[in-house]
Design a binder for this molecule. Structure first.
Ligand code: ATP
Ligand code: MG
Length: 314
């Protein structure tokens, strides 16, 4: 299913096999000039194949620190990790070097800002080719790498890939660049994608297209996704489970429907109330608690824009 059809289906119970990501009692302490900040305080979550698990919370709640900590992308001398992070069964907290075996292979990151994540002085083709060579999944022979680069751009629905390969980042729109970043992340054929606010730099219609793409990739390949967002509209569209983060801890966790329909905390209710609602709605200022209504409404607007403008224009 994709975002165009509404929210995700939630047939995620009854997992077999080990989790792609298992995080237990995970803490991150940041060493700052002002002292030690416990940015992540004993969080627990897991992601299986085909699942999207979302961490949502206000700015500064520790979402990015959780994601970057799990991937060991925080500098060792500034961030002290403890607890257990099993990526495909490998504990990257206990054995720091183990991350080199899984990052860019089992797990890949989709960075937040497409405008700054790519090098401005290298073509899309050369940056994608480098990712393909590093991933080592295919032959390093030039024609094979080029063919794979074209295939990856096709997979993320970038039109005329041969033409786009020659372009530089400033020649592409934000939405197209975000697709390139997803193609780069896919180069290693990861089983798990970590996406830190992958659509927050994009406008709403482009955002809908990117979310559709992620859901489509998930359906085709069964990848797991760790999604970081401060946007409950995004979270309710694509998640199987949501963890609501505040001051480094999860204040509420559960099935997306449960969290949206019956938020247990005032904090989550405030996040819900902050979701903008599109379309002709009743003027009475009530909090909308039906996950499907806002979700389908948001995508309906996104679909209309995508159909009328085409993906090329995002
Ligand atoms: N380099 C740093 N030095 C000092 N404190 C930091 C640093 N990076 C993060 N923090 C602190 O760690 C906490 C968590 O920050 P983090 O960036 O993980 O939040 P976030 O939930 O991702 O926020 P946002 O929605 O704004 O991206 C905050 O209290 C922040 O002030
Ligand atoms: Mg962040």
């Amino acid at each position: 299913m994709n975002a165009q059809a509404g929210t995700k289906s939630h047939a995620d119970s009854g997992h077999t096999g080990p989790a792609l990501l298992e995080v237990r009692d995970f803490q991150v302490e940041l060493i700052t000039d002002a002292g030690i900040v416990r940015a992540v305080d004993s969080v627990n979550f897991s992601i299986h194949r085909g699942e999207t698990v979302t961490i949502i919370g206000e700015s500064g709640s520790g979402k990015s620190t959780t994601a970057m900590g799990v991937l060991r992308l925080l500098p060792d001398d500034l961030a002290v990790l403890s607890g257990t992070v099993l990526i495909d069964g490998v504990d990257v907290v206990a054995v720091p070097k183990a991350i080199d075996k899984v990052r860019g292979r089992t797990v890949a990151l989709i960075p937040q800002d497409p405008m700054t994540a790519l090098s401005p002085v290298h073509s899309i083709g050369s940056q994608l080719s480098e990712a393909i060579r590093i991933a080592g999944a295919a032959s390093k022979e030039k024609d094979a790498v080029r063919a794979r680069a074209i295939r990856l751009l096709e997979q993320v629905h970038i039109p005329t890939p041969e033409v786009q390969l020659k372009k530089y980042p400033h020649q592409l729109s934000g939405g197209m660049l975000q697709r390139v970043l997803i193609a780069i992340a896919l180069a290693s054929e990861p089983q798990l994608l970590v996406a830190d606010e992958p659509t927050s730099a994009l406008d709403v219609t482009v955002q809908a297209g990117i979310l559709d793409l992620l859901l489509e990739l998930q359906e085709q390949r069964g990848i797991g996704i760790l999604m970081i967002t401060h946007d409950l509209g995004v979270a309710r569209l694509i998640s199987d489970r949501i963890h609501v983060m505040k001051d480094g801890s999860f204040v509420e966790s559960g099935d997306v429907q449960q969290v949206v329909e019956q938020p247990a905390t005032e904090y989550t209710r405030n996040l819900l109330a902050a979701v903008p609602v599109l379309g002709p709605w009743d003027e009475t200022p009530t909090v909308n608690t039906d996950p499907k209504s806002t979700a389908s409404n948001t995508t309906a607007a996104g679909d209309a824009a995508l159909t009328s403008t085409g993906v090329q224009n995002d």
